[in-house]
Design a binder for this molecule. Structure first.
Ligand code: PBG
Length: 332
């Protein structure tokens, strides 16, 4: 196919033609929307680095869910901000923990909505690390028990999917075993399989008040330079019983999404994290980019790279555009 016989521009002439040959189309069904459940009542704290997002107490979270549910966003991902933090993160596995309370309320009000709970201790520990500390580092095997307890506790509260994000070795297997023993053999695990030690989690750590008080997460989260290792991490999670695998963050790791997509046939999620969201918002607020247009382009790139599910703070805004209630500007 050579010019002038083949002219790529022929099929780009009109929007209708372009839409007929479009290879990837975002859909509201693709999205999972994260929420920050805050202890107490009447809490709706805006998050300055994440415009449009809040820390919400359970009853206000229910209100905030109305639009995403009406728009058909199939799932939410819950994080918790507990009243008290302690060295072992006990709110994460307590019957009356903040996530447990929120899950019960949400499942009661919106039984069809898929509620995914993030299982990790960093939001619940007073030191901000994702596990218990021994000898100044996170102790892997001691942490596994607490993660497994948390997963069971979330499932008992009504969680539909358990999503471990801690990056301890062996946690998917430990959680699977504990869920099965507790009678939750039908509860799927969405594993944060290739989760990188990333600067793009900055706004999230303010939102969840979960920044580590000393050191960093590089002894358990992945080195940003590695993608062979991502395949090893994913294959371990698959062997241990993961039902859905995940790459996180998304945009700086599209190559990893693509490699995982081409190596494994499990459903694949990608997490378009807080810093990716904040960058688009900040540049748009400055008038430096067209925010809606860049948002849709970024989300499309994640799907094009091979993600089946996109966890994103943009989910509601993107849904408004996809459903024709807001227009992406076609100028320029
Ligand atoms: C918990 C967790 C984090 C994110 C999701 N789960 C933060 C971290 O690992 O420090 C980040 C999500 C985001 O930035 O949107 N471990």
């Amino acid at each position: 196919m050579h010019f002038p016989e083949y002219r790529a521009r022929r099929l780009r002439r009109t929007e209708t033609l372009r839409s007929m040959v479009r290879e990837v189309q975002l859909d509201v069904q693709d999205f999972i929307l994260p929420f920050f459940a805050h202890h107490g009542q009447g809490v709706k704290n805006p998050l300055p680095s994440m415009p449009g997002h809040f820390q919400l107490s359970p009853e206000l979270l229910l209100k905030e869910l109305r639009e995403p549910v009406e728009r058909g966003i199939p799932a939410v991902l819950l994080f918790g901000i507990p009243e008290k933090k302690d060295p072992s993160g006990s709110d994460c596995y307590s019957k009356n923990g903040i996530v447990q309370q929120a899950v019960r309320r949400i499942k009661d009000a919106y039984p069809e909505l898929v509620v995914i709970t993030d299982v990790c201790l960093c939001e619940y520990t007073d030191h901000g690390h994702c596990g218990v500390i021994r000898n100044k580092d996170v102790d892997n095997d001691l942490t596994l028990d607490l993660l497994a307890k948390s997963a069971v506790s979330h499932a008992q509260a009504g969680a539909d999917i358990i999503a471990p994000s801690d990056m301890m070795d062996g946690r998917v297997g430990a959680i699977r075993e504990a869920l099965d023993e507790a009678g939750f053999e039908m509860t799927p695990i969405m594993a944060y399989s290739a989760k990188y030690a990333s600067g793009f989690y900055g706004p999230f750590r303010d939102a969840a008040q979960s920044a580590p008080k000393f050191g960093d997460r590089r002894s358990y989260q992945m080195d940003p330079a590695n993608s062979d290792e991502a395949l090893r991490e994913v294959s371990l999670d698959v062997e241990e019983g993961a039902d859905i695998i995940m790459v996180k963050p998304a945009l700086p790791y599209l190559d990893v999404i693509w490699r995982v997509r081409n190596t494994f046939d499990l459903p694949l999620a990608a997490y378009n994290v807080s810093g990716e969201f904040a960058m688009i918002k900040a540049a748009a607020q400055n008038g430096w980019i067209d925010g809606d247009r860049c948002m849709m382009e970024a989300l499309t790139s994640i799907k094009r790279a091979g993600a089946d599910m996109i966890i994103s703070y943009h989910a509601v805004e993107a849904a408004r555009i996809l459903q024709g209630d807001a227009k992406v500007s076609r100028k320029k």
